[in-house]
Design a protein around this ligand. Structure first.
Ligand SMILES: *[C@@H]1O[C@H](CO)[C@@H](O)[C@H](O)[C@H]1NC(C)=O
Ligand SMILES: *[C@@H]1O[C@H](CO)[C@@H](O)[C@H](O)[C@H]1NC(C)=O
Ligand SMILES: *[C@@H]1O[C@H](CO)[C@@H](O)[C@H](O)[C@H]1NC(C)=O
Ligand SMILES: *[C@@H]1O[C@H](CO)[C@@H](O)[C@H](O)[C@H]1NC(C)=O
Length: 967
């Protein structure tokens, strides 16, 4: 019904026949109905616009002249209207004000001012109107006083016809895409008071004749591409109050005629290319409240006359090339609130007015200011204690201490003293800054610790203290700074562990603790920090597993590097199920209760760390590991007393054993078919000729009939041994391996309950004895080197045959009469029914410290690199003469860690065995130590293989030959 009506009206409008249709309908009502028909009104603001009314004068947004009842104003600002401004508007012949600002109107200007000759005010700002302004739009401005097309999408040139709008006082085209030159006659509009062409794409110079536009109050040309000099005529516009030419490409000097603009309170020339000095006459522009000359090419000193600007609130001279000092005269600028002189070349001391005025925001950063803060803080007034919000004096050359009085500026929100040469401690008074949001003291020479009560600064969001000399712990009080998002403490000497309290800082995003001396494990609760973006703990001494889950699942390895004892998937290093320290169960312990972990003062830590590990839930495997160890302890303990009883070797019928009953059904095989052994030999395997015992059993010495000695190993783990067929196959394979540095396997004896292995007898005793038990004449450097090289060769040979030794330790290395090492027990692990890493690790529990970390990790494959690890430990043991793990009063010293630490501190020579005193060549010993450390890399793939090790050792021994080869 209604649309039919509108449709009809539209048709008639076109034909110019409306009046004849219904003389009672006035043009205005019809025009408005048609206008409404063109737009969408989702908020129903125009509901009162009813075509059945006699007059539109009562409609929302419509005002009429009370006498004529004709519509004079249309005020539809912010009505949420969209659609186009249609031709209906042209019916409003008495319209003086058209204000459609802040809607979502689209389309282009489809009318000209000539058609609405009574219009005085047009405000179409903040819509989505666009396209070029039609050429004839300004052809007859009538009595137009004010037009705003600001914040639309108008484009094209500003029509030259505009200049003919002599009555125009306010012109606002800001925030469009107008391009090209300013209309050349623009200053002909002599009534112009306010011109805003900012934020367009205008270019070229300011047209001549501005001195004629002497009614101008404000001129905004900022954010265009204007060039050239500012015309001197601007000084004639004596009424100017606000000048903004910022963000253009103006050049030349600031015209001195401007000193006449004594009413001007805002001068913004920011981001141009103005040259010369900040003019001395600037002090004559007495009304200035805001002076922004930042980002130009101004040089020279800041004029003293700035002190004459008593109304000045904002002074921005940043990013110029100003030199000299900050003038003391500024103390007279009693209204000053913001001072920004950042990025200049200012020198001298901090001015007294820094704390003497009631400044709110101060940026003196990136200059060359010197002296100390203390001197100027003496002038701190009560007022500035409550006014100063932002203080940035970073990147200067300030010295001395941070004055405690800064803690009195209770209003402070941002404090940046970074990149100076400040010394002394961080004052405790910082805790009084309850509103402090950012504290940056980084890159100074601060000492002492982080104030205990830092947590009282409860608003802190960013705490940056990196690159100082701070020591001590992170205070637990930090948990109170719940808004904290960024904590950067890197490059200090902070110690202690990461407090669990961190987990309460749920807003944390960036944490950098790198290059400190933090230790302990990372609290697993850190995984709950939902907003973490980075957490850098690299180059510390933290250890153990990472928190599981959350951010830590994707943490980058570089954030973790340089923490040798850290483990977990992220560092590509298995966490030993039985961590290096926890597995240090004292092999010498006489504790008779095998169910418990031996307790002595030195082991408290160990037990704690086991329980802690269990507590953090990472430890199902650890529990199994511990049980496996204790169970095996039990086994060994309960079987050895009996098995130490005699076994008789008698000729002809092989071994007979007692007390086992099935001894006679045994099978003896000698690989060499040695008749002497099989015919007349007999020996008593009893405690008296026990050579030693290890994880696989006790070893006895026996003499064959021909006088030759052999060593016989009685395997104590019979239930773990494979079936007879498998056993024989493996043993025969081992029997085929011959190398001068391997103890040869000469035969075996099998019964279901007793297995013996017959080995070549090596006279010189074990390396362990030579290193740790023999007093007096100890091994020379050359002997030690020969031993290391011999072990390396034997392992290379084994690995070449795809045999992993699994059980390297100094008590398994025998030394023959010529000083050559012979590695025993090779490949015995192959006799186990399966290569179970828990059994392996428990088998070698007496070889603590030799065990590669991957034994503890189910997911890491065990390769021959575990022997390389054991070899590395042996190397260190041979060079240092110290056991892989030593028990001190109240500590456990792990050899690799100790040597690695000494190397990092540059005193690795101190580690060499005291018995060698000065009788060793450092140029061999130190590379050998380094080789040992490389072999004990936590990550298997980082360890060299044994062939490489041999090459390296040979290079170390004959460095000159090596170099010749390398050339
Ligand atoms: C304005 O109108 C355009 C086109 O009709 C539409 O895409 C946009 O969402 C509208 N915006 C608002 C704020 O209504
Ligand atoms: C021009 O219009 C914009 C948008 O309405 C407004 O923000 C700006 O203050 C106006 N300029 C002047 C000089 O009034
Ligand atoms: C001073 O000007 C610079 C750039 O010219 C600007 O980044 C800075 O925010 C201004 N300073 C203040 C306090 O307004
Ligand atoms: C410190 O100031 C110097 C000189 O102004 C500048 O080169 C350097 O980039 C600044 N450093 C920072 C971090 O702002």
């Amino acid at each position: 019904m209604r649309s039919l009506f509108v449709h009809t009206v539209l048709l008639l409008l076109v034909v110019g026949q409306v009046r004849s249709l219904n003389p009672s309908l006035n043009d205005d009502l019809l025009g408005l109905i048609v206008f409404k028909a063109d737009i969408q009104d989702p908020d129903g603001k125009l509901e009162s616009w009813n075509e059945d009314d006699n007059s539109p004068c009562g409609w929302m947004g419509v005002r009429c002249n009370p006498r004529s009842n004709r519509v004079t104003e249309l005020n539809l600002d912010g009505f949420g209207l969209s659609g186009r401004i249609g031709r209906g508007i042209l019916q409003l012949q008495f319209l003086r004000k058209l204000s459609l600002a802040k809607n979502n109107l689209t389309g282009s200007l489809a009318f000209s001012l000539a058609q609405l000759e009574n219009l005085r005010v047009v405000d179409l700002s903040q819509n989505n109107l666009g396209g070029p302004i039609p050429g004839n739009f300004f052809s007859q401005c009538g009595s137009l006083r004010s037009i705003s097309l600001a914040n639309n999408k108008f484009s094209g040139h500003i029509p030259d016809r505009l200049s003919s709008c002599f009555t125009l006082a306010t012109l606002n085209f800001s925030g469009n895409q107008f391009s090209g030159l300013l209309p050349s006659g623009i200053w002909d509009m002599q009534g112009l008071r306010s011109l805003d062409l900012s934020s367009n794409l205008l270019e070229g110079e300011i047209p001549k004749g501005i001195e004629g536009a002497n009614n101008l109050r404000e001129i905004h040309l900022e954010k265009n591409r204007l060039t050239g000099e500012v015309p001197a005529g601007i000084g004639n516009c004596l009424l100017l109050r606000s000048i903004d030419f910022s963000d253009n490409s103006f050049s030349g000097f600031i015209p001195s005629t401007m000193q006449m603009l004594t009413l001007c309170n805002n001068l913004n020339l920011h981001k141009n290319s103005f040259l010369g000095e900040v003019p001395e006459w600037i002090g004559d522009m007495k009304s200035l409240e805001s002076l922004d000359l930042s980002e130009n090419r101004l040089s020279g000193p800041m004029p003293i006359s700035l002190g004459k600007l008593q109304s000045l609130k904002l002074l921005n001279l940043s990013k110029n090339s100003l030199s000299g000092s900050l003038p003391e005269s500024i103390i007279n600028c009693v209204n000053l609130v913001v001072v920004d002189v950042n990025q200049n070349f200012l020198t001298g001391k901090l001015p007294s007015w820094l704390f003497g005025l009631s400044l709110q925001k101060v940026d003196f950063s990136e200059n060359n200011l010197n002296g100390n803060i203390d001197a100027s803080v003496k002038s701190l007034t009560d007022h500035s204690r409550r006014s100063l919000l932002v203080l940035d004096i970073s990147n200067n050359s300030l010295t001395g201490e941070i004055p405690s009085a800064l803690g009195d500026i209770s209003s402070l929100q941002y404090l940046n003293l970074s990149r100076n040469s400040l010394t002394g401690g961080i004052p405790d008074s910082i805790k009084n800054l309850k509103a402090l949001d950012v504290l940056d003291l980084s890159n100074n020479q601060l000492t002492g610790s982080i104030p205990m009560k830092i947590g009282d600064a409860v608003s802190l969001r960013k705490l940056w203290l990196e690159k100082n000399f701070l020591s001590g712990d992170i205070p637990a009080s930090i948990e109170k700074c719940t808004p904290l998002t960024s904590l950067i403490l890197s490059h200090n000497s902070l110690t202690g562990s990461i407090p669990v309290a961190f987990a309460k800082l749920t807003n944390l995003q960036t944490v950098d603790l790198s290059y400190n001396k933090f230790s302990g494990t990372l609290p697993k609760q850190l995984a709950n920090l939902a907003h973490l973006i980075s957490f850098n703990i690299s180059h510390n001494q933290v250890q153990g597993d990472l928190p599981a889950g959350g951010f830590f699942n994707t943490i980058s390895p570089s954030s973790l590097s340089g923490n040798p004892s850290l483990c977990g998937a992220a560092v590509n290093k298995s966490c030993p199920a039985v961590l290096p320290k926890p597995i240090v169960l004292n092999p010498n312990s006489s504790d008779s209760n095998p169910d418990s972990i031996p307790v002595n003062p030195g082991h408290k830590k160990i037990i704690l760390s086991i329980s802690a590990l269990i507590a953090i839930g990472a430890a199902a495997t650890i529990i199994i590991g511990v049980i496996a160890i204790t169970v095996l302890n039990l086994r060994v303990r309960s079987t050895t007393p009996h098995s130490a009883a005699a076994f008789t070797l008698s000729g002809g019928d092989g071994f007979s054993s007692s007390p086992t009953s099935d001894g006679n059904s045994g099978k003896l095989v000698m690989f060499s078919g040695d008749p002497d052994f099989s015919t007349g030999a007999h020996a008593l395997l009893n405690k008296d000729c026990e050579l030693g015992r290890g994880g696989f059993g006790a070893v006895y010495r026996t003499v064959l009939k021909d006088g030759r000695s052999v060593a016989i190993k009685k395997l104590t783990v019979s239930s773990l041994v494979k079936s007879q067929d498998d056993f024989e196959r493996e043993v025969k394979k081992l029997g085929k391996i011959h190398h001068r540095n391997l103890v040869a396997l000469e035969g075996y004896y099998w019964t279901p309950s007793l297995q013996l292995l017959i080995y070549e007898f090596v006279s010189g005793g074990s390396l362990y004895k030579q290193l740790h038990e023999v007093s007096g004449n100890s091994l020379s450097w050359n002997e030690r080197f020969t031993i290391i090289l011999g072990i390396a060769k034997s392992l290379a040979h084994l690995h070449h045959q795809n045999i992993i030794h699994y059980n390297l330790k100094s008590s398994n290395i025998l030394i023959d009469s010529s000083g050559e090492p012979k590695v025993a027990d090779s490949g015995l692990a192959r006799l186990l029914p399966m290569l179970d890493r828990y059994i392996l690790s428990s088998k070698i529990q007496s070889a603590l410290g030799y065990m590669a970390p991957e034994f503890g990790c189910k997911t890491v494959k065990i390769t021959e690199k575990c022997d390389v690890y054991g070899f590395g430990v042996l190397v260190l043991e041979v060079v240092t003469g110290r056991r892989p793990v030593e028990y001190m009063e109240d500590d456990v010293v792990v050899l690799c860690d100790m040597v690695r630490g000494a190397l990092e501190e540059g005193r690795v020579e101190d580690c060499v065995d005291e018995k060698l005193r000065d009788k060793f060549p450092p140029d061999e010993a130190i590379p050998v130590i380094k080789l040992g450390l490389i072999c004990t890399s936590q990550v298997p793939s980082n360890r060299p293989d044994m062939a490489e090790v041999i090459n390296i050792l040979e290079l170390i021994r004959c460095p000159s030959e090596g170099q010749e080869e390398l050339v």
